[in-house]
Design a protein around this ligand. Sequence first.
Ligand code: TRP
Length: 373
Amino acid sequence: MAKEFSVSPYEVKGVVDYDRLIKQFGVEKITADMTKRIEKHAKSLHPMLRRKIFFAHRDMGWILDEFEKGNKFFLYTGRAPSGPMHIGHALPMLFTKWIQESFDVELWLQIPDEEKFLFKQDLSFEDAQEFLEDNLLDIIALGFDTKKTHILIDTKNSGIMYPEACKVAKKLTYSMVRSSFGFNEQTNVGSLFYTSMQAVPAFLPSVLSGKEIPCLIPHAIDQDPHFRLTRDILPKLGHYKPASIQCSFLPPLTGSDGKMSSSNEGTAIYLTDSPETVKNKINKYAFSGGRDTLEEHRKHGGNPDIDVSFQYLRYIFEPDDKKLAQIEKNYRAGKLLSGELKAIAIDKINSFLKEHKKNREKVKKDISKYIYK
Ligand code: TRP
């Protein structure tokens, strides 16, 4: 029998079978043809596409059709502050940055600073605000183009967002959100309303410019229920349906079950972790695909598919395909030991984070330049 798993914006449980999820959600798999089309315009291919970490989409073909006619799209992505950001959060952001640069397009970035307050029992509004400041630094430090990036903070930019959210909310019924998110009679009304806010950046640039602009949303696949509803509603308001391109989840330290969680220390590597902390976390927690004894490992080899350190290299930290293939080969052959693989991952992650922390300091003075006024 197939194993149980579930994916929603508010919970990811079990080992996700992505092929089954594609069918469940009704998204399309990214084909080799689609990848070629993207490469043709981008002039290169991001490792996350080559490695099928971005693996599904809605209407990506339409985005490229329009692009070929000279009708540029804008990008939209986001992050709800609920804790410090971890390396899993950086994944769709880094990809978004690549699309922004390769296609030379505008990016609208939503920070719904009310979302996690509404959905999480134990998060106060004030605590979410503290994470907001810190998360903004992490996002901006990833290097988005100042001139082409516009950050919308829900509670600060509500003046332009709320009227549009109301238009969405009027078309969105209780039964639609209930079945998408598993809400019940006890769910607070803020949660019922929330998707209306997340829908707004998908068409706000069209409202502001007075002409329809195609929207492409790069996101982790758990956000799809919000955008499925958004796609139902927007044509009723005279707007395009947003397109999306979707990635799988960076595994938590503990293995392939669920996803990395910012509120669970033992599952996540934060973007602000010290080199020592990264080393300890990987050595102590990172699930290993190695064998129980050295002898067995040398004889039968390790399994990189379930090895978290290897997966971190594959997802983000070793962009060079040749180097990654060599590591994989040596690990499978038992030549590379689990501890040695961990050491490679620690080294790569720490050099990424060292650069990131420097950038966080540098961009402190620039935050206000990014926020929409
Ligand atoms: N709901 C997302 C989160 O929990 C935040 C978000 C808002 C988002 N708009 C988005 C994510 C658009 C991806 C794309 O972090």
